[in-house]
Design a protein around this ligand. Structure first.
Ligand SMILES: Cc1ncc(COP(=O)(O)O)c(C=O)c1O
Length: 384
């Protein structure tokens, strides 16, 4: 028996998506740039997948570019956006709780002379909108914020942010939607943003494929140079099987969407209520209301070590995370939990449960039972 609660790290593929990938590898291996029939067939399938991604965003297909995943989308939009506007200004703004794909890209731009600003958040990871407002000046060319935080689930107020970005020298707004695409409706993000990064493996699609939405009329200077595929934004032979699988996953993610998200929220709440009722000395790090996505719950079990807890749960077939597992530095403290002001003890004992449409309340009964035992046995050793 396996209970997978690490869906913010990655998800199990939909069987339909995996089948589509395998089928494309065997039967649709032409290069979309080739002029013959096999190339044309591959191109047709890429076009159909692009239409599916566009439909799930509420955008037009011409605004969707396939990338190698969320990290690459973040890189292309931030580097490309800032460099395109560098003559207009040098200030770029993000938050302290972004994914390394954003934070490291900002750092890289510092060495090119950009001035970087990192906005604070409250104790659950919501950005300080007043601070953001005061940091935006005439020199600001780009703002990049995540839609949903990968460790806490906090939803950023992207519409409010976009209202701050106005005027003749309007800064570009990039949204890292890797954790929101497939979990939230994207309409408001599409209205708010100039660019949106998404990733397939977070929505039950294949890994190493993603999409970047670039609003019509927005020009960036892409860092990827080469053969000019994806209208020059992301050169390189298209990952046709990945693209097809991603299209299937996007379509399925948004099918019966409201019911699935409501069910996910019920499962999350059930676990949260159970933890509160059955385990003492816990701190809920995620928001408990609609400011948190249905997909994430972050809890500190004071007087335990998250890593030990993780492995004890793993022995019972339950998979969780201590912090962000999609960064390569698996050791070390989470910069997100530090930024929201948790104490060392609270960071040490933090566990992230992240949900998919496949989790059930019955699973949560098992998780609660094993979790309670594990926490108690660790506390016996630590003397809490
Ligand atoms: C918020 C966020 N941005 C970007 C990424 C990177 O996406 P990918 O793994 O597709 O490169 C992740 C991965 O966990 C993420 O959670």
């Amino acid at each position: 028996m396996e209970i997978y609660l690490d869906n913010s790290a990655t998800t199990c593929p939909y069987p339909e998506a995996a089948k589509a990938v395998a089928d494309a590898m065997m039967n649709c291996y032409g290069n979309p740039s080739s002029l013959h029939r096999m190339g044309f067939e591959a191109e047709k399938k890429v076009k159909a997948a692009r239409e599916k991604i566009a439909a799930s965003l509420g955008a037009v297909p011409g605004e969707v570019y396939f990338t190698g995943g969320g990290t690459e989308g973040d890189n292309i939009s931030i580097l490309g956006g800032a460099r395109a506007l560098k003559r207009k200004g040098k200030r770029i703004i993000t938050s302290k709780i972004e994914h390394p794909a954003v934070l490291e890209t900002f750092k890289a731009l510092e060495s090119e002379g950009f001035e970087t600003v990192y906005i604070d958040t409250d104790e659950h990871g919501l950005i300080d909108i007043n601070q953001l407002k005061s940091e935006i000046n005439d020199d600001t060319v780009l703002v990049s914020l995540m839609h949903v935080n990968n460790e806490l689930g906090t939803i950023q107020p992207v519409e409010e942010v976009s209202k701050l970005l106005t005027g003749k020298n309007k800064p570009l707004f990039h949204i890292d939607a890797v954790q929101s695409f497939g979990k939230l409706r994207m309409k408001s993000a599409v209205q708010a943003a100039d660019m949106i990064s998404m990733s397939s493996h977070k929505i039950h699609g294949p890994k190493g494929i993603g999409a970047l939405y670039i609003k019509k009329g927005v020009n960036i200077k892409t860092p990827v140079t080469g053969g000019g595929q994806e209208k020059g934004i992301r050169s390189g032979t298209e990952n046709v099987p990945g693209i097809i699988g991603f299209g299937v996953a996007a379509e399925l993610s948004y099918r019966d969407f409201d019911r699935k998200i409501e069910d996910m929220r019920v499962v999350r709440q059930y676990l949260l209520d159970g933890i509160r009722a059955e385990i003492r000395d816990v701190k809920i790090n995620s928001y408990e209301d609609e400011r948190c996505a249905a997909s994430v719950l972050n809890v500190s079990f004071i007087g335990t070590r998250g890593e030990v807890l993780l492995h004890m749960l793993e022995e019972n077939g339950i998979y969780v995370s201590t912090g962000s597992a999609c960064a390569s530095n698996k050791k070390g403290q989470s910069h997100v939990l530090k930024a929201i002001g948790l104490t060392n003890d609270e960071i040490e004992g933090a566990i992230r449960f992240s949900f998919s449409e496949f989790n059930t309340r019955q699973e949560m009964d098992i998780v609660l039972e094993k979790l309670k035992k594990a926490v108690e046995s660790i506390r016996k050793v630590t003397g809490r």
